[in-house]
Design a protein around this ligand. Structure first.
Ligand code: MG
Length: 388
């Protein structure tokens, strides 16, 4: 009975917090949740997985075309597709939006040219967002023009290039920009890039399409657009190019609703008080900064604070390890969550018919505990009976 009541309280609290939207309905460990599709990985590192679209397998360039729709003018050399200077960019015939892309590329050896004229090429998602290809072997250039950079915007986190003449890999995770029905930008593009297995772009959001000496804005367009490989005079070679189309981004689970709100300190005081946990110990709630702190106090008077504080929501009371007491920050007028990201601890205050706080449900993962308010700050004589 008590368990059912507590679960009900928690569900009510969640619903009140707007936690369950239509696409945010999965409970932790929900057996009804669809099982992910099976994809067979490539036989060796870099090989295409079973659901990939092969854009270049070393033998034919039929997935690509020139800007005018004619056949690509680049040439096949030893299982690679080599840029022919002054023949223009090439584009996939198929359009792509959200994707995972694997590309291998090699700079000419011996190297030719300096700075931006040394093996310059590029991989342009939706023909608009260029991941720079450049020979960095002993070559100096400006920061946002190096290999691994989002051209003209974001330098790579590190320079992780191989030497001229060595095959290099890009693994690119791309999310397209999204626009509302009025063509206003909702979310910018997002790029995560590994260069030779090293993270060089970490969920980076371009300012708009990449350009030379310019930062043009986002403009609403199609959801899918061809992938482009750039011709920039360098005789760069490409091989083993495959792409996986990605579904819409996974909807963030309910913590997306957990946007901290501000409650004035004088109003936070309404939550402060003493709550009886199990007849033998109490939870003391106090105002701290923009949130609340809790500590457990046993009947013998050995407060949790003296032991370094307690996690607030259902965590073990018997731990002797000193732990930082997390600040509970409000996400609505009844629910508070631990301030650090990823912590599932939550306290939801309950109210009586006069809207006075008369208890709190403490949740940690799937564990719930209820504590009835017992101090005299909320009319304890008239408080609703505690669940039995
Ligand atoms: Mg380039």
């Amino acid at each position: 009975m008590k368990y059912k009541f507590l679960v009900s309280m928690a569900v009510i609290a969640f619903c009140a917090a707007g936690a369950f939207s239509q696409v945010d309905r999965w409970l932790p460990n929900d057996v009804n949740r669809p099982i992910p599709t099976v994809v067979t990985p490539g036989a060796e590192p870099g090989a295409a997985p079973s659901d990939a679209i092969i854009l270049f397998n070393g033998k034919d360039m039929s997935a690509w075309q020139a800007g005018d729709g004619s056949d690509s003018k680049w040439k096949l050399v030893d299982g690679a597709m080599e840029v022919v200077p002054r023949t223009g960019n090439i584009h996939t015939k198929q359009a792509f939006g959200d994707c995972q892309l694997h590309v291998e590329w090699k700079e000419p050896s011996p190297a030719v040219g300096t700075d931006q004229n040394r093996g310059n090429s590029g991989i342009m998602l939706m023909s608009s967002f260029e991941i720079q290809v450049l020979d960095m072997d002993g070559n100096k250039t400006y920061a946002d023009g190096g290999a691994g950079g989002i051209y003209g915007q974001y330098p790579p986190l590190v320079t992780a290039s191989r030497k001229s003449g060595e095959w290099q890999t890009y693994d690119i995770m791309f999310r397209r920009p999204r626009f509302d029905s009025d063509r206003h930008l909702l979310t910018p593009a997002r790029l995560t890039v590994l260069l030779n297995g090293v993270l060089v772009q970490d969920a980076t959001t371009p300012t708009g399409p990449t350009a030379f000496h310019d930062r043009p804005p986002y403009l609403a367009g199609p959801d899918k657009y061809p992938l482009t490989l750039q011709e920039h005079n360098g005789a760069v070679q490409y091989r083993n190019i495959w792409i996986r189309e990605l579904p819409d981004p996974v909807t963030t689970l309910h913590y997306s609703a957990d946007v901290p709100m501000h409650i004035e300190a004088k109003d936070l005081a309404a939550y402060a008080g003493t709550y009886d946990l199990d007849g033998n110990s109490k939870m003391i709630v106090e105002v701290s900064g923009d949130g609340l702190m809790t500590r457990r106090q046993s009947a013998a008077g050995r407060g949790g604070q003296g032991r370094g504080g307690q996690p607030p929501a259902g965590a073990s009371a018997s731990t002797s390890v000193a732990m930082p007491t997390p600040l509970l920050v409000p996400i609505n007028e009844d629910s508070f969550v631990a301030e650090w990201s990823g912590n599932s601890s939550r306290v939801t205050f309950t109210r009586d018919s006069k809207h006075q706080i008369n208890g709190m449900v403490m949740q940690s993962g799937d564990s719930f505990n209820y504590a009835k308010r017992v101090d005299d700050a909320s009319e304890p004589a008239n408080a609703s009976p505690a669940p039995q």
